[in-house]
Structures are given as C-alpha cells and as structure tokens.
Design a protein around this ligand. Sequence first.
Ligand SMILES: [Fe+2]
Ligand SMILES: [Fe+2]
Length: 166
Amino acid sequence: MINKIKAVLVLYGKEVLKSEEFANAFKQTHHACSTVADHSLGVAVIAIAISMFLIHIHVKIELRYVVIAALCHDLGIIGRYEKYKNNIECCKRHPVDSVDVYRKIFGESNERIEDSIRNHMWPLTPVPPRYIEGVILTIADKVSATMEKIGVAPMRKLELAPIRFA
Ligand SMILES: [Fe+2]
Ligand SMILES: [Fe+2]
C-alpha cells in the first residue's frame, strides 16, 4: 500500500515537490519537531490513504486535488515570524497566503483545491470546507500535526526523503 501512496504522491504532486516554495519549506520548523515540508508530506500521505479507502467504497474524490491541496496547504506560512503579528493572525492568514502560493506554482485557479486550502484550519477558522477533498485535508492535517507533536513524525517512518528531489 505504501508504494501505491508514494506513486500517487509523486504523480500528482510533482509540480509542488519540484518548486522553490517547497524547497524553502524544509528550512522552517513546524509543530516543534518537524518542518513545513515534512509536515506537508505527512499530511499528503495520510490524506491519500484516507482517499484510497473512500474511493474503494465508491466515494467520488479527485485524488489529484487532494494531493495538491495537502502539499500546498501550509506553504503560505513560510516566513511567519516576519509576516504575522502573532499566532492568531498566523492561524487566520496562512491558509489565504497558501492559496496564493498554489496559484503561483500552477498559474491557475481551482475552486475545489483553493477552498480546501483556505478552510483547512476549520474549526479554528469559522468556515468549514465545502468539498470532500477539503474534509479529508482537514482531518489529515490534524492527525499528522498531532503525531508530530507526540514525536511520531510520519515521514521518518515512511522514508519519503527521496521524494523531496523527485
Ligand atoms: Fe495550517
Ligand atoms: Fe498543516
């Protein structure tokens, strides 16, 4: 199963994984023991696993959107200590800034991907995600962040480091 998850991650995530923004995300720590990029990879892996299960039971999901939204969802947080006054402003603003990073990497807009990124902090921000891809991202983000906080970084377990350079 993990090889299938890795294949999906590279297939749909290659534009993000190769981007300068994602390379910079390895330089900023996140959730105490991770980096923004390692966290994003962890979220993507968990989101793909959830999606594969739901697709198996015939839930209609755009897997490509799940992968792109997961990899981009926190890229707007890069430079947080210079950009935001405090954690509350960071919580509200970084999803919106992450949408801008998504548009910069892809040069296009996509309502489902952007809504998923914009509302991934729900329920800490007031608007819930409108699409299934966003619901999956919201859950995967909390699972990965909690695992990182208790010292179980999913990326170290899954040996996904080579994907950084795909
Ligand atoms: Fe976030
Ligand atoms: Fe996150």
